[in-house]
Ligand binder design. Sequence first.
Ligand code: HEM
Length: 140
Amino acid sequence: MAIDKTLYDRLGGKKTFIHVHKIFYDKVYAHPWLKKYFSDKPQEILENQQSDFMMQLMGGPKTYSGKTPKFAHQHMVITDELFELRSQLLSESIKKAGINDNLREEWLAADRALKQALVKTSEDKCVRAYPNQLILNFTK
Ligand code: HEM
């Protein structure tokens, strides 16, 4: 029964994640506020890390070898507004890739599960991995 399949399978496997994340990061890297967080990060690397992470989260192959999201974002101020903006771009990207609304909602719910671990409203809630690491805190 289709319902027994993982979300990863129901989305059509790896090619769907590659497709959606290309559309998504094209938007992120073009967005006047979000792009500031990614200024020294190659887009292709982010696309691949995000695909590996989300595939694994949705029951696909375990190929993600990066940091936990909480650790990877611990030096970034990510406000509720910024998180919601990113969710909006992700939603548009999933739609543009031709995925139906039910699957889109499931994808967004999986993504949203990370929200609590990432949202920090001020620099004193951030943590540096090493003493002179820059705190990323950008306004619109
Ligand atoms: C507005 C919200 C977010 C911002 C501004 C943001 C920004 C970033 C940046 C700048 C990096 C590069 C970090 C580095 O290489 O040092 C990164 C990495 C990453 N992000 Fe996000 N992110 C956000 C939300 C999310 C969410 C919701 C997820 C997961 C669902 C996520 C998953 C990842 C992953 C898996 C990496 C790679 C981590 C690693 O291997 O080091 N991000 N993010």
